[in-house]
Design a protein around this ligand. Structure first.
Ligand code: FMN
Length: 185
């Protein structure tokens, strides 16, 4: 697929089939992700790939974290949160390494990991997969980070929900760059 086709046709798509995504294909997406630029070549990305029952366990951790924040949460709301990672057959949590040297800036690590996420999204588009990039409280909660192997001060940039699309939705063209751009000569 032409890169411009992937860019223009990519849209967030949360409605996906539960069909398994082959491991080799996931590895292809992750390999595309890590082609992203990263200052000082620190490779600041961390991926936790959750499939199968790991999504149930993540849902339990999500629900527990929400109950910590909102002890009066009704059981139905808790159940909805618990089942949220099951919305796609694959969920990839994407974390950012803290800089280990003074010259390395956290903001630049974050930029590199965001670029890696976009690479993954475009590669998924080229492979006929749909992805929804999600964050929310689940990306900020220290206990969830710990469960996924991150430290409390590490950023989770994304939960990438990946699967084969249930349908291809129509989308309006996105706004132009014009009102966001100045040209200086
Ligand atoms: C850093 C980041 C966090 C996001 N978090 C969420 C989220 O928590 N929930 C959600 O529905 N979409 C989330 N999105 C997806 C955006 O809402 C989506 O990309 C935007 O609506 C544009 O739609 P498009 O991806 O189809 O162009 C996030 C996107 C980014 C880049």
């Amino acid at each position: 697929m032409d890169v411009f086709d992937a860019i223009y046709n990519r849209h967030s798509q949360g409605k996906v089939k539960q069909d398994e995504v082959p491991r080799e294909l996931l590895e292809k997406l992750l390999s595309a992700a890590v082609q992203a630029p990263n200052h000082y070549k620190v490779r600041p990305w961390r991926f936790v790939v959750l499939t199968g029952n790991a999504r149930n366990k993540l849902g339990d951790v999500f629900a527990a974290s929400q109950l910590d924040r909102k002890p009066d949460l009704p059981p139905e709301a808790s159940d909805k949160i618990r089942s949220s990672p099951l919305r796609a057959p694959v969920v990839i949590a994407v974390g950012v390494d803290k800089p280990s040297e003074e010259k390395v800036r956290e903001i630049e690590n974050i930029c590199a990991v965001a670029a890696a996420c976009q690479n993954l999204l475009l590669a998924a588009q080229a492979e006929g997969l749909a992805v929804k990039w999600r964050t929310g409280e689940w990306a900020r909660d220290a206990k969830i980070k710990e469960y996924l192997g991150f430290s409390a001060d590490q950023h989770i940039l994304a939960y990438l929900y990946i699967g084969y699309p249930k349908f291809i939705a129509e989308h309006e063209p996105r706004p132009s760059f014009n009102d966001r751009t100045v040209w200086m000569e």
